[in-house]
Design a protein around this ligand. Structure first.
Ligand SMILES: Nc1ncnc2c1ncn2[C@@H]1O[C@H](COP(=O)(O)OP(=O)(O)O)[C@@H](O)[C@H]1O
Ligand SMILES: [Mg+2]
Length: 253
């Protein structure tokens, strides 16, 4: 019988370790560790806010945001449920129970920028061009549902032009520079990953901007949804993403 091996590129832990091998990319990766009692304790006390998420999750499923309470104590939220705990013991026990047998990661929480009191992050699409070079082909913001802690489209997030989300946070000149930085980062990530995985032809990078507008890599997706770009009024990015995709799909045949 043939046993199908689990794809390492589905593991956020494996992908994080791969990206950490590059000094250029490493600076953009928030502290990420495997879920354990001691990592939870160290990280919640050092950072005050953390994200706890399944090692092999998608669509924002199972993602938890945990914080230290103002008067001691701890809280965490998943979907639209908030839970409070007086002691670290109770907090850890509840999270461990929630994770169950699934592997979870803990990541330093990024205080994402907001637009109309809703958090947003950025998706950068990177594809191999018809000429065979890595190129950033699309960039889009994802505005989270007001009551949720994730920005994913499948969890009620709204895809929006980055200009609309960022115009109150930075000047057009600084936005152009930031876009350039994210495009370069995306291309460097794809090229780095391709050294180990020669067959990849696309990645989608989730980038969080903190309150100082510093970009952080939240995760990298190997099968990014091209259709979110169709949500924009301006169809130029969508058309390019789909054109590059068609060329790659044809080559695979
Ligand atoms: N460290 C973090 N800081 C802030 N927000 C985060 C963090 N990790 C995840 N999120 C939020 O949760 C969403 C889903 O997390 P992600 O790691 O991308 O998992 P998934 O594979 O389910 O998309 C992100 O798009 C972001 O909105
Ligand atoms: Mg994601």
């Amino acid at each position: 019988m043939k046993v199908k091996k689990a794809d390492p590129l589905q593991s956020k832990w494996y992908k994080t370790k791969l990206l950490l091998q590059s000094g250029f990319i490493k600076r953009y990766i928030p502290d990420t560790r495997r879920f354990s009692r001691s990592n939870l304790e160290q990280m919640i006390y050092s950072y005050g806010m953390i994200y706890v998420k399944p090692e092999r999750g998608t669509y924002g499923n199972g993602v938890i945001r945990a914080e230290r309470g103002e008067r001691g104590g701890f809280t965490y939220q998943y979907e639209e449920t908030v839970r409070q705990f007086d002691t670290f013991e109770a907090f850890h026990k509840s999270l461990a129970k929630k994770a169950g047998r699934r592997r979870y990661l803990i990541q330093k929480g990024i205080h994402l920028l907001k637009h109309n009191s809703r958090r947003f992050d950025i998706r950068v699409m990177v594809q191999v061009s018809p000429k065979g070079a890595w190129e950033a082909t699309g960039i889009i913001g994802r505005l989270g549902h007001p009551r949720k802690i994730v920005t994913n489209y499948h969890s009620g997030g709204k895809p929006m032009a980055i200009e609309a989300l960022l115009q109150s946070h930075l000047s057009p000149h600084r936005l152009a520079r930031l876009t350039e930085e994210l495009n370069t980062l995306g291309v460097r990530m794809a090229a780095h990953m391709q050294k180990t995985y020669p067959k990849i032809h696309q990645i989608g990078v989730d980038v969080g901007l903190d309150r100082s507008l510093i970009p952080w890599i939240i995760e990298v997706n190997m099968m990014p949804d091209p259709y979110i770009f169709n949500q924009l009024k301006d169809k130029s990015m969508y058309k390019k993403v789909m054109r590059y995709r068609r060329v790659q799909l044809k080559k695979k045949q």
